[in-house]
Design a protein around this ligand. Structure first.
Ligand SMILES: Nc1nc2c(ncn2[C@@H]2O[C@H](COP(=O)(O)OP(=O)(O)OP(=O)(O)O)[C@@H](O)[C@H]2O)c(=O)[nH]1
Ligand SMILES: [Mg+2]
Length: 202
């Protein structure tokens, strides 16, 4: 397990002006780009728990569409981003493979919101993920990660396919890009704010 640890760096220190911290989880099926998103947007060196995928997973792990993937998250990703001088988000990426989903319970403890990352080649995985969030009552936004080989659908078609209420934000993103990943998190923050102001909107 690679925790990529090192001596604490000055830039890793929390800004002295921070007064509020929000825990956000990044969820989604296997290989949708959760680790990539946490890594692209985090202002500290992200913690990752990537393990090399081996032959032992053949027949157990559903790698359809992501055959070139060589490693997978086995516990969690962790990163941090300051939205402004006062508000800090702590990001927890979940493992995507179903055999590690039992870890979700701990990762959701205290989370105020979630980002569901979606790959249009494997939409069906997202049904389970969204169902689990709805069961837990965790507010979420959906971000469709744009892989070049993935089919593109109009946002409203995706909303219908995922059976999302009109109030749940659905955005497109490129998890490899910091600005795009940040936009997704800003969408979640705005959504959480709107729920706090008018709770019946959920
Ligand atoms: N083209 C493209 N590739 C991406 C994008 N996001 C991630 N990738 C690639 O897709 C692969 C999977 O990304 P990960 O971030 O490991 O996915 P994950 O959801 O964390 O995977 P698990 O933890 O195994 O569930 C990596 O090789 C990324 O480089 C994207 O937006 N576009
Ligand atoms: Mg991962």
């Amino acid at each position: 397990m690679d925790f990529k640890s090192s001596e604490p760096r000055r830039e890793d220190a929390l800004p002295a002006t921070a007064v509020a911290a929000v825990k956000v989880v990044i969820v989604g099926g296997f290989g949708v780009g959760k680790t990539t998103l946490v890594g692209s947007v985090s202002e500290i060196r992200p913690l990752t728990t990537e393990e090399t995928m081996t032959q032992a997973g053949v027949g157990v792990d559903d790698t359809a569409g992501v055959e070139r993937k060589t490693s997978t998250t086995v516990a969690m990703d962790f990163g941090r981003i300051s939205i402004n001088e006062e508000l800090v988000l702590y990001l927890f990426g979940t493992p995507g493979q179903e055999r590690f989903w039992f870890l979700w319970r701990g990762l959701f403890e205290g989370a105020l919101g979630a980002v569901v990352l979606v790959d249009t080649r494997r939409l069906e995985v997202s049904f389970d993920v969204i169902g689990r969030l709805e069961e837990r009552g965790v507010p979420f936004v959906v971000a469709v990660n744009s892989f070049p080989e993935a089919p593109q659908y109009p946002v409203e078609e995706l909303r219908a396919a995922l059976d999302l209420p009109a109030s749940v934000p659905l955005v497109l993103c490129d998890a490899r890009r910091r600005d795009s990943s940040r936009d997704v998190l800003m969408t979640l923050m705005r959504y959480l704010h709107s729920l706090a102001v008018t709770p019946e909107a959920s």
